[in-house]
Design a protein around this ligand. Sequence first.
Ligand code: NAI
Length: 340
Amino acid sequence: AHFVPAASASSVLELDPCSAGTDPARFKVAVLGAAGGIGQPLALLLKSHPLIKELSLYDVVGTEGVGADLSHIDTDAVVTSHVGADSLSAALYGSHLVIIPAGVPRKPGMTRDDLFNINAGIVKTLAEGIAKFCPTAWVNIISNPVNSTVPIAAEVFKRAGTYDPRRLLGVTKLDVVRANAFVAQALGRPAADVSVPVVGGHAGITILPLLSQAQPRANLPAAQLQALTERIQDAGTEVVKAKAGKGSATLSMAYAAAKFAESCLSAMAGRAGVVECAYVESHLTDLAFFASQLRLGPDGVQDFLPLGVLSDLEASNFSKLKTELQSSIQKGIDFVQKGP
Ligand code: NAI
């Protein structure tokens, strides 16, 4: 006799005539860099996601252990483990969403740009695999420097003829998560009630929190708004310093990436009104890639929400970030077009 769960997701759904017979778990999600500091807790969070049918874990080392461990959790996503370059095709084949936290993290004293030399090549290789084995998947890029690694992936996809800018998203959700947490503390409000858009890029001064558009309104003195802005911009470095050589943000990043993946999967599944901040190809400013609030639809980015009116502080910070962001974008493009 087979064990039949008392109320499996599908039996509950069959009570709803609108979705009778549909299986909610329909997506294959691949995590590349799955055995790492971010990859492991991210895979743990995704293992319980009802929309995920297969959780495909890929790394150059250590994937089997992570996969065996996660596969004992009593949720329905099937875990598959893939180790080494030869298994990249199997890891990616049929994926709907590919999340990339592969690469090296910062150590104290390093900027995200210092990671470029190693991570640029890793992201290029993985993007080439995606173009070959799952060219229509959505791609969430976490590997730093995001300001350059997203343009790198875009160039790879353009070369392969598979580029759809709607489906290539640099993950800046951690900046939003941090901004929400810090503003909630400052206002003494529950974090769940707070929402702060963060635009620009994902490194130092290119991170531009729009505190003037925080919900609920953050009526704080100018000096406190300035201090909050700087803390959000330097929050990654705060963690790098506290970990003292043992890496950068992993747990908060995994949380942010899982939330972001959930938004992507919900939009893919047809949920309307999904809005997230992400770093994508953009025409909102004169920068070719820019993070801003986006409405996601079944095919990826559907609309760009306007930047809105910036405060004087934000307008001044916006003009300061342009040169750095532009050069990071160009660095990524040149890496693919001209070679390392
Ligand atoms: P980690 O070193 O703990 O893990 C990275 C994993 O990538 C390792 O398991 C490693 O074996 C794997 N890897 C290396 N080369 C690979 C390849 N060619 N293919 C597949 N996997 C490969 O690093 P951690 O802490 O997980 O960070 C990963 C990346 O995420 C770093 O670049 C870091 O800067 C970035 N990051 C991004 C954030 C964001 O907000 N977007 C926040 C925090 C970190």
